[in-house]
Every structure is written in structure tokens, then in C-alpha cells.
Design a protein around this ligand. Structure first.
Ligand code: NAI
Length: 304
């Protein structure tokens, strides 16, 4: 059966271009009514205009879909509330939120100013949180919600010159990890994509031979599945680009108990560092409580 979003209302942030535009077009083509949010600024976040959001709305309408444009900044809590209110005023509900808006201020830490750091964290991390906070009460009330976050390999694995961006992007994973618990009993599912796609953000970074393969549409198929009412997954991260889809997970190794009930010396830690770092038998955990239970279990186990 095909995935449909009839009678569903979706908000896609940063949907005036690139990945967000592609997500909005796909959701709308499957029946969703879409709030196309976009500040309409430059890649570094400067400037602003309603035109990019309006253009995407026109594309959706031309294809027979329903959409409204919104140019509030996700980095502004009041803006995030207005954006959600626009959906409520127009259609009376919010079922889907795709937190996608983003900017770049790439610099090494030596050259990065606090403003460069704050601006990037504000849009990606605080923006994802503010939009979620604004949408959440409506989802809770309806006992249904699908939220998709957007992280990056830069945050999951690191990248030179992107300390602000990487910090914000991994922060988004933390946000999801908490929300998957808070949303569980209301059927609010929260998942994350780590995209690789050709957009204005990446056009100077991607080699010309792979550019034709890196269509944002590949990422949108993943986003649409996460948004589907039938999707029961929550708390998942999927790296996606050019037809390649792979789950990413945070794992903890088996570990080693040192010190025999006493505080181990730094030398003992040094001497066991290879074992501490051994990832054979590593596994993911559902929650901090589960990690805690494991550690307490280890320390209470009778010594051999
Ligand atoms: P893009 O620059 O085409 O799209 C980002 C959109 O967000 C722009 O239209 C921009 O106006 C909008 N935006 C920026 N600040 C905003 C704010 N405060 N409020 C509302 N809208 C705002 O770039 P792209 O590639 O489509 O990026 C989308 C998301 O995907 C971003 O979160 C980005 O970090 C992430 N991403 C993209 C990758 C790629 O390969 N293209 C790789 C990893 C992550």
C-alpha cells in the first residue's frame, strides 16, 4: 500500500530550497498540507525574504497540493510559535514536523567568534527545539506526531572547521534521544536523518562526478517514511544520500571494572586503556537508566 498523508498537516523548516524544498514537495504530493517555512536568507544566515518559501508554495499548488508560506526564523521562539500557529489557523492541526533549517559559518576554532558559534547553534539546535516545543502540545493532544530531525556526518563523526555546526548537529541527536521517551506514550515518533545531498550548502564541496547522483529526493524518501503514520520506529538515525541508506547508532563497549572496589590509579587506567576502548561486544542502550542499571549490575557482581 502506498504511503499517504491525506488529512495530515506537515511543517517543513528551511523548505525554501535544497532538502527542505524536496521534503515539502514529496509530502504535499502524497496528500499532506504543508507549511513551507523558510527565512529566505543566505547560507550564513544573513538576510531574509518570503520569496523562497512562496516559490515552493507555488510549486506545490501548481501540482494540485495545498501549502502556505512562512518566513519566521526557527531560531526565534516567538517565530517558531507563529509558524505552528499558522498551521493551526489554516488547518487546525500539526501532524508532522521536519526540522531541517540550517546555516553554516565554517571556521576553525582559532578563527571562530562566539557569534559564529551562537548563530549556528541557534538555528540548528535551538531552532529544532523551539519548533518542537511549539508543535508538541498539538501532537500530544491529537495522540499522534512524527518529527524528523536533521543531523550531519560532521556532528556524528567530526569534521575540520565545523566545531559550531558539529556541536549543534550532535546536540540534535541528544534532543531526539530525550524526545523519543517523552513522545512514546502519545505516538509521537522522533527520528533523525543525516543527509548527503547536492544543495547550495554543499555545491562547492562535492566533486562534479558524483553531483548528478546526489539529488535531495533520495533523502526525502527516508524523511517521508519516518513521517508515515505506519512508521513505528523512534530514536533512529539514518545516514542517507544518493540511494545509500544506513543506520547510525551510538554504542557502548563491554568495558572493564577496575580498582577492585577502590579508586583505580591513573596508571591502572593507562594500563587498561586498550580494554576500555575495545568495542568487541559493544551494544546500544535505550536510555540513560539502562546504562546505569548495567554499571550498577557490574559493580554489584560478586568478584571472581
Ligand atoms: P540549504 O541552504 O539549501 O537549505 C537550508 C534552508 O534553511 C535555506 O533555505 C535557509 O534559508 C533556511 N534557513 C536558514 N536559517 C533559517 C532560520 N533561522 N529559519 C528558517 N529557515 C532557515 O541547505 P540544505 O543542504 O538543503 O540543508 C538542509 C539541512 O540539511 C540543514 O540542516 C543542513 O545542515 C543539513 N545537512 C545537509 C547536508 C547536505 O549534504 N546538503 C549534509 C548534512 C546535513
Amino acid at each position: 500500500m502506498s504511503i499517504r498523508f491525506d488529512n495530515r498537516v506537515a511543517i517543513v523548516t528551511g523548505a525554501g530550497s535544497g532538502l527542505g524544498r524536496s521534503h515539502a514537495l514529496l509530502l504535499a504530493s502524497r496528500g499532506a498540507k504543508v507549511v513551507v517555512n523558510d527565512l529566505g536568507g543566505a547560507v550564513d544566515g544573513s538576510g531574509g525574504s518570503l520569496t523562497p518559501a512562496q516559490r515552493v508554495v507555488a510549486e506545490i499548488e501548481a501540482a494540485g497540493g495545498a501549502a502556505i508560506a512562512n518566513a519566521d526564523s526557527v531560531a526565534n521562539p516567538e517565530g517558531a510559535k507563529r509558524m505552528v500557529q499558522a498551521a493551526i489557523d489554516q488547518w487546525g492541526r500539526v501532524d508532522i514536523l521536519v526540522n531541517n533549517a540550517g546555516i553554516l559559518r565554517d571556521r576553525t576554532i582559532l578563527k571562530m567568534t562566539p557569534e559564529d558559534f551562537d548563530a549556528v547553534v541557534a538555528v540548528h539546535l535551538a531552532g529544532s527545539a523551539y519548533c518542537t516545543m511549539a508543535a508538541w502540545p498539538h501532537m500530544k493532544e491529537a495522540n499522534f506526531g512524527r518529527i524528523v530531525m536533521t543531523t550531519s556526518a560532521a556532528g556524528l563523526f567530526g569534521n575540520f572547521g565545523q566545531a559550531n555546526y558539529a556541536a549543534a548537529k550532535l546536540g540534535i541527536v541528544g534532543l531526539m534521544n530525550a524526545l523519543k521517551h517523552e513522545g512514546a506514550k502519545y505516538d509521537i515518533r522522533v527520528n533523525t536523518v543525516a543527509p548527503i545531498a547536492l544543495t547550495r550548502m554543499t555545491e562547492d564541496l562535492i566533486s562534479p562526478d558524483v553531483k548528478p547522483r546526489l539529488k535531495p529526493e533520495y533523502v526525502s524518501s527516508m524523511v517521508a517514511w519516518f513521517c508515515a503514520p505506519e512508521n513505528q520506529a523512534t530514536g533512529d538515525i539514518v545516514e542517507v544520500g544518493a540511494g545509500y541508506y544506513a543506520r547510525v547508532q551510538i554504542m557502548e563497549g563491554e568495558g572493564v571494572l577496575l580498582g577492585d572496589g577502590q579508586v583505580p590509579t591513573p596508571e591502572e587506567v593507562r594500563d587498561h586503556y586498550a580494554r576500555i576502548c575495545d568495542m568487541r561486544g559493544a551494544k546500544p542502550f535505550e536510555s540513560a537508566n539502562e546504562v546505569m542499571r548495567r554499571v550498577f549490575g557490574e559493580i554489584q557482581r560478586p568478584s571472581k
